[in-house]
Design a protein around this ligand. Sequence first.
Ligand code: HEC
Ligand code: HEC
Ligand code: HEC
Ligand code: HEC
Ligand code: HEC
Length: 435
Amino acid sequence: MQARRWRIFRIFFDIRSSCLAVPVLLLMMGLGACDRETQSPKLPASPAATAPPIDEKAAEKFLEHHWARPLAPQGKIHESTAAQGISLAPESCASCHASQFQDWRNSLHSKAMGPGIMGQLVVMPAHARGDHQACIRCHAPLAEQADSLVAAIKQAKQQRLPAGGTGGLHSQGLVCAACHVRQQEWHGPPRRDGSELSSEAKNYPHGGWKANRAFESSQFCAACHQFKDDEYALNGKLLENTYREWQDSRYARQGVSCQACHMPDRRHLWKGIHDAETVKKGIEIRTGAAAMANEQLSAKISVGNSGVGHYFPTYVTPKVVVHGFQQDAAGHKLEGTEQLFIIGRQVSLDITKEIADTRIAPDAEASFDYRAPRHQSATALMWQVEIQPDAFYLEFYRELLKYPTKGEGKRLIIEARDHASTSPYIVFSKSLALP
Ligand code: HEC
Ligand code: HEC
Ligand code: HEC
Ligand code: HEC
Ligand code: HEC
């Protein structure tokens, strides 16, 4: 193992395991009369908006215990539950909760132990449980997953078997039981109609369940999507600050929780920056007409955060690239005319420096000016907004692969790199005819 590679891992580690206050300065510019490209979406109906407000103090208390990591082992499964074929495995929930299972299986939470993280875990010593926890406390938090990970790393080291593909409980990522089951007791939100459980409920499958409104609170998600005050910060801003960003937004005041946007109608979708439709709902893009003066071509585009409940984007890992370039009559990009503007919080690969922070706060807007001499063949100016959901990781994997590595870790990182390189997509494009 190369020292340098380890250094990068280590830094990632310290950050995540130990693991915005400064407001981002945004140039707010009115664009005058220009066409609206996207309609501001209707806010999703939030159960919290109609139901009485959640007792957030009580939720905090419940969640402190619920998410006390490392999570305690579940203990022995009740006979009646086992008899119904119910275990900690997500497939065992599917026969009765088919829709949640379908949605979860397609969500990123079910893919939280992909090759990118496994490639970093298999090179660690199998017995280094504390080090594993630094990652799996968010990616695969059950004690039983920690056990299956140890077994998989051992196997990978001895026989060079694909550690991610051995099918242990850890490989299923953020499983149902990690959010819903503690010490063989099932927990969930109150019933939709608000009705109480009768005393007969204990005879239901998995011995019934306990209702708690903490499941409807944004604090539920903060367990993994918000760093604590003493965790890693850069330039005075925590590296993960999504819950706080939300708290400072109008969504918190209006009772629009994380769940309202990311689990609409309680669906287990968790769509975010990797999904074009979700991103489109969250932003509003406006373009002004292209103008010519003294042979100079100029045009303006503005990107507004009209429906994202936190910064757009919230993490340091994605990058949004606004492209402006001139086209010829055949629609080809004209060499040397492209200008790029970046929306994101860019950090150095070892996460020790913040390079720039141009993310857009909720309800704020950023504008970009294209200015260049007109190309002799130009007939149009093209705007494109490109989303690169895994920009940071792609660079990180490429860097790791520059150092001599072998075996399972290398195979997995190559797989992760190839996968990350397929995630960028264009979320908006518009061609403006030149005068
Ligand atoms: C044999 C059928 C069956 C299986 C298998 C099953 N459940 Fe359930 N589950 C139920 C029933 C019935 C209820 C009660 C619904 C009610 O009373 O409103 C329930 C309730 C729940 C609730 C509470 C729902 C709410 O409104 O808050 C959760 C959460 C839950 N189950 C999760 C799971 C998970 C996770 C698994 C797999 C580890 C699982 N269940 C396996 C039948 C099943
Ligand atoms: C136990 C930790 C944990 C909890 C609790 C949790 N998440 Fe996540 N979440 C993760 C991890 C880890 C990922 C990254 C998965 C991956 O891509 O490998 C993730 C990914 C996501 C994504 C996808 C982002 C993208 O890149 O498109 C969304 C959206 C999301 N979570 C929302 C939520 C919401 C809303 C809640 C609360 C209901 C929640 N999460 C609770 C750990 C958690
Ligand atoms: C505090 C919770 C948390 C911890 C601890 C954590 N992660 Fe993550 N991780 C996330 C979330 C949330 C995402 C999705 C958003 C993003 O890309 O940052 C994610 C995404 C990732 C991804 C990209 C998606 C994927 O699955 O390929 C990798 C790789 C990753 N984490 C590796 C690690 C490693 C390695 C560690 C331990 C050193 C670690 N994480 C610790 C929350 C966490
Ligand atoms: C990241 C944590 C997380 C994971 C993983 C998760 N759930 Fe949930 N689940 C929730 C939250 C939060 C709610 C409440 C959402 C709300 O109230 O808006 C919920 C609600 C439910 C409900 C009640 C649904 C309703 O319509 O009333 C059931 C049943 C359930 N989950 C089962 C499952 C099953 C089965 C899986 C796995 C296939 C699973 N959950 C995975 C967090 C999770
Ligand atoms: C008003 C709707 C809304 C609310 C409320 C909301 N989100 Fe989002 N979220 C979005 C949209 C739209 C995106 C896609 C654009 C983006 O990535 O910023 C997104 C993206 C994400 C992502 C992808 C990663 C990234 O860098 O952007 C994560 C993780 C996430 N949200 C978690 C949360 C959590 C946790 C909460 C609550 C604290 C929350 N969201 C509240 C709408 C919302």
